[in-house]
Design a binder for this molecule. Structure first.
Ligand code: MG
Length: 359
C-alpha cells in the first residue's frame, strides 16, 4: 500500500515537474525566432519510388541485407542465423540474435516474412519476435488464418495487448513493423517512475496505440518491472521457425531535455520598473502607414499590446523606450519627443519591423 502511494506521489511530482519545465519564464516565447530549427531529414518512402526500402538519412541501419556484422548471439559470438538474398533467416536452435549496440527509446523499422511453407499451428507457426531492450516483445507470428490466444497473435505485445486489428499478410510475404518505443524509467532507488510505452504500425496499420506495458513480456507470467539499464540490445527471437528479416533501421529518440536546441535556455528579458504614472504615456492607438492599428492598453500598473486579431500580450519595459512582450517574441521600440511624449512605436517580430504613429 505504501509502495502504491509512493508510485502515485512520484507520478504527481513528476508531472508537476514537467509542467513547471514547460512554463520556465524566458525559455521560448510564442513564435520565438531564436528557437533553433530542427534538423532536416530525408524521409523513408514506402513505395516504388527511387528511395523505396531506404532508411531515413539519420537512422542507424542495423541490417541492410548484406551481413550480420552488427549482430551477435546470446554468448556474444557470431550468430548462426543465415544471410541470403538480402535477408537474414532464423536457424532453429541458434538462439536469439542481438544487436551489438544498445538502445533505449527509439523508432524502429523492421521487415519480416513468416515461412511461405506453412507448418505447425497456433504459436508454432512462423513464431519469432522483436524484443525491445531484450525485454519487451512485439510478437511475430503467422497470423494469417491461424488461431491462437489474442495476446499472442502477430503484432501483439506478447501476453499483454492484442493488436487493435489483424493486419497480417499471407505467409511468405514481406511485412513491416514501425514501432515507437519509450523506455521505462526508474528513479535513483530503482522504483518505477514511468512505464514503457509502445506504438506499433503493422503494414502501416495502427495496431498498438501508445499502450503502457505492464512490465517485461513473457510466457504464462506477468513479472512486473525490475530496474534495468537505460539502453539494452535489440533482440530477434529464435522460436524454432525459419522467420526472415530484412531492412532493419532504428532512430534513437532523445531523452527529456536532449532535443536539439531545447536544452539551451534563454535568460529572462531584462525588466526595469517604471513609475505607474509614466506608463500612461504609452497607452493609446498606433496607426501603421498601411492603415492597420495596434493598441497599447494600460490596466492597473501593467501594459498590454492589443493586435488587429484581438489577441493581447503583456509587455514589460527593458528601458524607457524598449518593451518586450512576455509570451511573444515581439519587441517594441518607442520614439519619444523632447517633452517625453510618445510619438511612434516600432514593432519588431520575426526579422521584420514596422513603425506606427501614435494617434
Ligand atoms: Mg514470439
Amino acid at each position: 500500500m505504501r509502495n502504491l502511494l509512493f508510485f502515485a506521489m512520484s507520478g504527481v511530482l513528476l508531472s508537476l515537474a514537467f509542467q513547471a519545465m514547460a512554463q520556465i519564464p524566458g525559455k521560448w516565447k510564442n513564435h520565438d525566432t531564436r528557437r533553433p530549427e530542427r534538423p532536416t531529414v530525408i524521409p523513408a518512402i514506402p513505395s516504388t519510388q527511387e528511395r523505396a526500402g531506404k532508411a531515413p538519412s539519420d537512422a542507424l541501419v542495423l541490417f541492410d541485407g548484406k551481413d550480420l556484422s552488427q549482430w551477435v548471439d546470446e554468448k556474444g559470438q557470431p550468430s548462426k542465423w543465415i544471410v541470403r538474398d538480402g535477408y537474414m533467416e532464423c536457424v532453429k536452435g541458434s538462439g536469439f540474435i542481438y544487436s551489438k549496440e544498445k538502445f533505449g527509446s527509439c523508432q524502429l523499422h523492421v521487415e519480416f516474412a513468416t515461412p511461405a511453407k506453412v507448418e505447425g499451428e497456433g504459436q508454432g507457426r512462423g513464431n519469432s519476435g522483436v524484443f525491445l531492450m531484450n525485454l519487451y516483445e512485439v510478437q511475430v507470428l503467422d497470423s494469417y488464418n491461424n488461431k491462437t490466444y489474442s495476446d499472442g497473435q502477430c503484432a501483439a505485445i506478447y501476453g499483454q495487448y492484442p493488436p487493435l486489428v489483424n493486419a497480417s499478410l499471407a505467409p511468405g510475404q514481406w511485412q513491416t513493423y514501425d514501432i515507437v518505443f519509450h523506455r521505462p524509467r526508474f528513479d535513483d532507488r530503482g522504483n518505477l517512475a514511468a512505464k514503457a510505452v509502445i506504438t506499433v504500425f503493422h503494414n502501416q496499420v495502427l495496431v498498438q496505440d501508445h499502450v503502457e506495458l505492464l512490465g517485461p513480456t513473457t510466457w504464462m507470467a506477468r513479472p512486473g518491472y525490475s530496474p534495468h539499464a537505460d539502453k539494452l540490445p535489440l533482440g530477434l527471437q529464435d522460436h524454432g521457425n525459419p522467420v526472415r528479416y530484412r531492412n532493419i533501421w532504428i532512430r534513437e529518440l532523445p531523452e527529456e531535455g536532449e532535443i536539439p536546441g531545447d536544452a539551451y535556455t534563454l535568460g529572462p528579458d531584462p525588466v526595469i520598473e517604471l513609475k505607474p504614472e509614466l506608463l500612461e504615456r504609452y497607452a493609446g492607438v498606433y496607426q501603421f502607414p498601411s492603415g492597420g492599428t495596434h493598441t497599447i492598453i494600460k490596466e492597473g500598473d501593467k501594459l498590454y499590446l492589443s493586435m488587429y486579431n484581438g489577441h493581447r500580450a503583456e509587455i514589460q519595459p527593458e528601458s524607457e523606450t524598449r518593451f518586450n512582450a512576455t509570451i511573444l517574441d515581439v519587441v517594441l521600440d518607442f520614439a519619444l519627443n523632447r517633452r517625453g511624449e510618445v510619438e511612434s512605436m516600432t514593432v519588431r517580430h520575426s526579422g521584420s519591423a514596422g513603425t506606427a504613429k501614435k494617434n
